[in-house]
Unconditional design. Sequence first.
Length: 223
Amino acid sequence: MMETKQLGKLKYIISTPDDYVAGKKYPLIILLHGAGSRGYDINTLTTNPYFLATEPYHLQAITVAPQCYADSWFDIFEQLQEFVKFFYGQAFVDKDRVYLVGASMGGYATWQLAMTLPDLFAAIIPICGGGMYWNAARLKNIKVWAFHGTEDATVRHEESVKMVNAINAKGGNAKLTSCEGVAHDSWNVAYGDRSVFDWLLSQRKNHNSDCAENTYNDQEKFG
């Protein structure tokens, strides 16, 4: 079931399994869209490639997709962090299975949000984005599967190569699928492969890191 809601200034979509059971804990996927879905019309997110591709998978997870109303996620990055912390603290969330997925502008935000709040996430899927590879040690306890088109003229393929190599050099666990001949729409490759989500939902938080469970423990009821 898909609903549109609002938290502070951020409108968002929340998608729950058809057989959602109140009181049960679910994995949480936070989806960060690209520049094309910016604005104030939340309905544009209902046809995001993520939702169209994953609908047949019947994922046993809750997906939350906020909408960026500014020029970029970085213009409202503090709000985005608070949004993530809020949902991390919800009673219906399995805190060992919280994930980030984002493409293009959302791919950049996925890299940065994971580096900013590394104790919250078990795994991330950054697609055709880039990040501060010199700061990659902050991601060494998070599983990473990146995607990037080799012919991407909008964000260079090398941006993902640098990030993945830097994480692994720091002792992390990151892999990159280089989509041969694909331009800036490598999200179609990622979202169109059910095994990607099987992998994602099988990942659990690394408790060797300094967990933030007690920091973000807002138990407000799921509306």
